[in-house]
Every structure is written in C-alpha cells, then in structure tokens.
Design a protein around this ligand. Sequence first.
Ligand code: 6R9
Length: 649
Amino acid sequence: MSDETLENLLSEDRRFPPPADLAADANITQATYDEANADPEAFWAERADLLTWGSKPTQTLDWSNPPFATWFADGTLNAAYNACDRHVEAGNGDRVAFHFEGEPGDSRDITYAELTTEVKKAANALLELGVKTGDRVAIYMPMIPEAAIAMLACARIGAPHTVVFGGFSADALASRITDCGCEVVITADGGYRKGKASSLKPAVDQALQQCPEVRNVLVVKRTGQDVEMAEGRDLWWGDFVGKQSAEHTPENFPAEHPLYIMYTSGSTGKPKGILHTTGGYLVGTAYTHWATFDLKPETDVFWTAADIGWVTGHSYLVYGPLVNGTTSVMYEGTPETPHQGRWWEIIQKYKVSILYCAPTAIRTFMKWGAGIPAKFDLSSLRVLGSVGEPINPEAYVWYRENIGGNRTPVVDTWWQTETGMHMITPMPGVTSGKPGAAMTPFPGVSIDVVNDEGHPVGNGEGGYLVITKPWPAMLRTLWGDDERYVSTYWSRFDGLYFAGDGAKKDADGDLWLLGRVDDVMNVSGHRMSTTEIESALVSHEKVAEAAVVGATDETTGQAIVAFVILRSEAGDGGADVVKELRQHVANEIGPIARPRQIMIVEELPKTRSGKIMRRLLRDIAENRELGDVTTLQDSTVMDLIKTNLATAP
Ligand code: 6R9
C-alpha cells in the first residue's frame, strides 16, 4: 500500500464503545475470545451442541487431506429438523418464524408449527416427484415464504438445493441447472418489484428448452399472472403440495452430506458452484448469527434485508436464524415501494431489533435524506449489521446516527459465499467499533494479512487477506471441480486460503477491508484501493455514492476514474462540482489520488447483492464495448449512464 493510503485510513479516530446495558448482558465476552484462542478446535467441538444430532459427533476437524476438510464427520443430523421441528417439540410452536411482508402490502405471519407442517408437506411432494437423497433441485423464486419452505423441504430429504437468484436471466438459470444436473425446478408465476408484478415462469420455460433432463416444475402462485403450464411437467404448488400428508419423519444424514450449491462469479466466465455441507455449516451459521448480533431468540425481531438468492439469505435469513429459533422479517420488494420510508415503516410495524443490510442500501438512504427515517419510530433497534462490501466511514456513522439513534453498535461483517459464515466482525458487546473497519476475526477463526511472498505484514501495513486455519462452514469444494477449488483458493499461498480481498492491519492490529484485489489500482507505481477513494468522495457533503475504477492510462499505468451520484439536496452540484470533488480527494488522500475524470451519474450498475459492477464502469472509462450485463440488477442502468455521458457538455 502507498503511504498516502495508509495515512488516510489511519487518521480515522472515531470510536464507538459498546453500550453498557448491551455489554452487561452480551452473548459474547472477552472470555469467549480467550477460550477460542486457547484451542479453536475444542471451541468449535463445543459449539456443535447448538444442534440436535441423530448421533453426536465424536470427531471435530479432519484436515489430513488438505485442502479438503471434514467437520463433525461421524455425526448425523437433519437440517430441517434443526430449523423447524425441534422448536415445536420444545414448546415454541407458536413463536413466529417469519413476519412476511409482501411488496403490495399483504402480510402473513408463519409460526414454527406452521413452517414445520409446510416443510413436511413440501418434502412429501418432492418425494412423490421421485426426488431422492443426493438429487439436486433448482429453486428460482421471489422473496416469499415458499422459497424458504422449498429450501428446507430439499434439506429435509437430503436433496441439495441450488437457489438461482430471481433476477438472473434464463441463460444463467439454464447453465446452473445443467452444471449441477437438476431434474426438478421450483419457481413461481412471478413476484412483486417496484410496484409491478414481474414474471419468473417464462424465464424457466425458456431455460428448460436447453435442459431436457428437467422432469417437473413446481409453480407457486404469487401474482396470478398468466402462465403456460406444460402438460405432465408443470404442477401448481398450491394443489400438489396442498394435497400432501403433513406427516414426515426426518432422516438423519451424515454431517458431510451436501446441503446446497450456490453459484458465484469468479474471475473467469464460468460461475463457480460453491458446495456447502450440513453439520459444519449449521454450527457455523447458527453460532455466528447468535454471537455477532447478540441474538436473544425469545425477544429479538431480526431482519436480514437480503435476497434468498444470495448467500446472506441462505446463512442469515434461513439457516442460522431458524436453527436459533429466531423471529425474522422477510420482505419481498424494493426499499422505495410504495415510498422511500418502506423499510422504516416495516421496522416500526414489527419492532425490529436487529437490522442486517448492505452498505449500498445505506448509501441510497443517505441520498434520500435523513428526514425520511426520522418520520418513523426506530427505537426498537439495538444492533445494526452491514455486509457485502467495505462500509465507508461516513456511511457507517450515518447509519449509526440516523437509523440507530446513536445507541446501536454497527457490526461490519466480512465473509463470502465460500466461507458460509461471518469471519471478521466486531462483537456488539465487546468491541469498540471504528467506522469503516471490520475489526477482528470471529472467535475460533484465524485470519492474517500477507505480502506477495505470503509473509504476514506488520501493523500499519496492507496486503492480501488469508484464512490460516479451516473453519466449520467453509466450502468443501467447487461442485464437480476439485481442481479449480484447489487452484482458486489454495494455490496462491502455500497452506493458506486466498480470499481475493485486499486488507490492512492498522496500528492496533485491527482489520480494514480494501475491496477485491482486482479493485486495487496502480497509479504511477502507487497502489491505491478503489474503496478508499470512494470513501473520500462520499465524505464530501454533496456526494451520495461513488464508484471508482482504474482505467488504463498511457502515462500512469492506471488512472483513477470516478462515477459519482450527488445527494438530492446538492441539486446539480453547481458548475464547478467536478473540480471541487477532484480537489477534495486530493485534500483527503493526497494529490496522487486526484481522479483523472469524475462523471456525475444518476445510477450505478449493481448486482442484486448490491455490488457495484466496476468491470462495466471500466468498459465505459476505457471506451470499450460493454461486457456481459446479465447479472445486473437493472440492465437499463448502463444505457442511462451512456446516454447521460454522451449528452454531457
Ligand atoms: C457475504 C457476501 C464476498 C465478497 C468478499 C468481499 C466483499 C463482503 C464485506 C466485504 C468488505 C465487508 N465483502 N462483506 N468487503 N467488508 N463487510 O457478500 O458474499 O457475495 O460471496 O461476496 O464481498 O470482497 O470477498 P459474496
């Protein structure tokens, strides 16, 4: 890292200690860290007691064939039983599992007893369709309770699911169905987004033209749109699941039985099928969910505002929370429908106490202005979480102040589809939070930052983030491609898991994430992170959101190009806004960081999980044809940006 980069990050000196009442009754204390540090494996072995096992494991980690790990391998269990039935058996059947809030305003509470019954019926339906243990099932759904029910029904009969995000194209769906050989697909007619019914079933029909191996499609009726039902292949969920028996005895599977496959994009074109298995994944997600959010299942109302088609939805909307017997909110739609206060209205309605969302959402709310959340009663909130990308210090402070009423700790959780569970995060009852820092490894998790040679860097230095010991919820391999698993994650540095993220240790040894390694720019020999320049831009009063890319430049190697969305209060920013912002970055970080170009735009291209697609912005910055736009949340954004820039003076 350049000295300029380090100095700027090191100058962040705001600290937010845990609130005294939270700390006094916190699930995690310093003693938890001490216990985990003394013997991480014994620590995780004990955490296995969070689950109900058919036969209790006597083994913990087996790392005799690295990088292929097993955890709790001689234990057996059923994931759906752990998420549903056991809460009913414990007398908590009346507790709400999901407060479902549909975008048009319909809502539905589902108790653990109801969820258990629905999952049993759906499991029986899959069995009637001939789905056997080990068969893969594709799920392509809007954010409705049946999406979680479908996942749990698969898990109950030992059929790994692969959830394909509902915003993905028919081609993306087809390639995933083919890659993991699914013969059954679960979908819906459509879902509600931005005040309209948007369709899903036609994309399935189109995808299946390329997937003759698919025998059956189960279709949930959500919007009532007209859909074509292929005779003999397509069945309505309401009829077919509805008529099933509500009795189903769960079978216990080995801890290493595959639970699901989730596709995520890699640096090359072909998506990677991340494989998660049952025992270690459930121990890891349930424990981190309980610890990071200081969860009190009897009283908290928890809301992960993320789609089920993203790993955050799997780990912290479905598996972690349900295994813990949590009451969660599930919201179908977009934050601005029918008005920009929708999220805050939901928090007020259900008295949400823990909110978990992405920085991109927070920056959007900043753009809309603090006046909107101020109209709602958000006093139930006690912990706020962030996930998906580095949170800029300004966004962190805004979130804490305007949503958290200056009371709530903000936990910035770093993890990946591959890690399955939180890996770096503050603990709300222990850590004095620093805005912008993910802080410390989760208890029992071993993280380091290394240089090009794989040697740990010192405090005040930056490098590559690595994980130095196996962890329970780690991916086991890439579906059908052990070789790519080894080469992608375990070959860059001997014996270390390479996460692909840049990070630094500050003077106290606390961790700051700097974005993907491929987002690190090299300008005239200075390494600079896109995140850091974005944070500098967002710290300017006129800026709501910024995305920075390194564009190839004849003179400097790479040059910094910034795309900026202004806050609504700033209007058009004034004639000199670009000059002002370039100077601001130079002041904040140093002249070397002054962007070559700043483009004022209305929107940024993002994936559904909220990640800015810098690749596309780089195409624009370098005047190239746009690459693949199929994973964009809104594919019209790029047209809008291009048109704007073409007509700009
Ligand atoms: C959970 C999730 C993983 C990548 C990861 C990193 C980025 C996620 C972050 C963060 C900084 C955080 N990332 N959380 N960067 N601070 N708190 O997002 O999984 O979709 O697989 O993305 O996201 O770059 O490598 P996934």
